[in-house]
Design a protein around this ligand. Structure first.
Ligand code: CO
Length: 297
């Protein structure tokens, strides 16, 4: 989805013109149930390379799977959107994207988040779209990657199939984001699934529990001496490049190297994995099926 700045500007002007027109008429444009869109919502990233390989690739997979739907992008992070705006690239927040779809008369909108866990970011989207149910006839929200107890095996399958090869005494250590939200338990469950499969995979988080303090003793106990560090995040962005792989004193690479581990870095967001992209397509498909069911189609 390569969009030139000129095309983006043209879109923005067209969008503004339409909004003005709609307001001038003092009535909502007539919604057309034949006009269908999928709004793909992510936190966003300022790292251009990972953006295209993860969020961009997932949006393309969704576009391909639903050719009758217009696929649009929204970032929930205002900081990230500001960074892109400074580079001349306008990216909508969820509200702006939905307002534009309403103004353009879309009668069906599926909002598909690319969040991994049903945490705070996801629930912000839930809240934001609440007021749009009266304005968009067929509006529904898709589930995040870890969508419930049954969703785990497919996600773990997808992650396990794309793990790097490990040598003896070597393990993969995923850096999850982590959160104060109860959905932080996702990381513990993910660890359990990997352990139950007997895979040499450990899960830690940068902002939640478990952190490195909890993971390092486990690694020692299990006789691990070599580690491959991988983000358990959609993108390999700021946390992956700095908190995980950076040269600062407090990066995981530095701390683990000082703790005696031989560390290899793999800067790959989970959004790069085609099987994970396919799971997001499935989430959107399940949501569409729900919308159709409600309409008795
Ligand atoms: Co963060």
């Amino acid at each position: 989805m390569k969009i030139s700045k000129v095309a983006l500007l043209a879109c923005m002007i067209a969008g503004v013109a339409m909004n003005v027109g709609a307001m001038g008429a003092k009535e909502a444009p007539k919604a057309d149930l034949g006009k269908k869109a999928i709004l793909v919502v992510s936190f966003g990233t300022s790292y251009e390379n990972t953006l295209d390989k993860t969020i961009g690739a997932t949006e393309r997979a969704i576009s391909k799977a639903f050719p009758d739907h217009e696929v649009r992008r929204a970032f929930s992070s205002s900081i990230i959107r500001k960074i892109w705006a400074k580079r001349g690239v306008a990216i909508d927040d969820v509200v702006t994207a939905l307002d534009t779809l309403v103004a353009e008369g879309y009668g069906e909108v599926i909002v598909q988040p690319l969040h991994l866990i049903p945490g705070e970011e996801f629930h912000e989207v839930v809240q934001l779209i609440g007021s749009y149910h009266s304005r968009i006839e067929r509006l529904a929200l898709g589930a995040p990657l870890f969508a419930g107890t049954e969703s785990y095996s497919a996600v773990i399958d997808a992650l396990a199939a794309s793990l790097p090869m490990t040598r003896s005494n070597e393990a993969v250590l995923f850096m999850g984001h982590g959160t104060h939200h109860p959905a932080n338990s996702t990381y513990a469950l993910t660890q359990m699934h990997f352990s139950d499969r007997g895979l040499p995979v450990y899960v830690g988080t940068v902002e939640g529990y478990p952190g490195l303090d909890e993971v390092i003793p486990k690694l020692h106990k299990d006789g691990i001496t070599k580690l491959i560090l991988l983000p358990l995040m959609l993108v390999a962005g700021d946390h992956a490049n700095n908190d995980m792989a950076g040269d600062e004193d407090d990066s995981w690479k530095t701390i683990l190297t000082e703790a005696g581990f031989e560390v290899t870095i793999m800067l790959r967001g989970v959004g790069e994995i085609p099987a994970i992209q396919a799971l997001y397509v499935e989430r959107a498909r399940a949501t569409l099926a729900r919308v159709d069911e409600v309409d008795g189609k």
